[in-house]
Design a protein. Structure first.
Length: 68
């Protein structure tokens, strides 16, 4: 783009600052940089079970069962 702009300048073509500031080599009209996400705001995760078993030391004999 720099070469093309310099060539235009040598040929006597004047591009205003307003025109130049709108030029960009980054073609992104086909790119959605932030993605498209479908959010279901009324949807809730399933409830967590009350009998959650946690292994504190990694051994099967050392477990904790939540009383809640």
């Amino acid at each position: 783009m720099t070469k093309a702009l310099n060539k235009l300048k040598r040929e006597g073509v004047h591009l205003s600052a307003e025109v130049r500031c709108r030029l960009s080599p980054y073609l992104a009209s086909h790119v959605n940089r932030f993605g498209v996400y479908h959010l279901e705001l009324d949807r809730h995760p399933p409830a967590i079970g009350n009998n959650l078993i946690l292994s504190l030391s990694g051994s099967a004999e050392d477990t904790y069962s939540s009383p809640v």
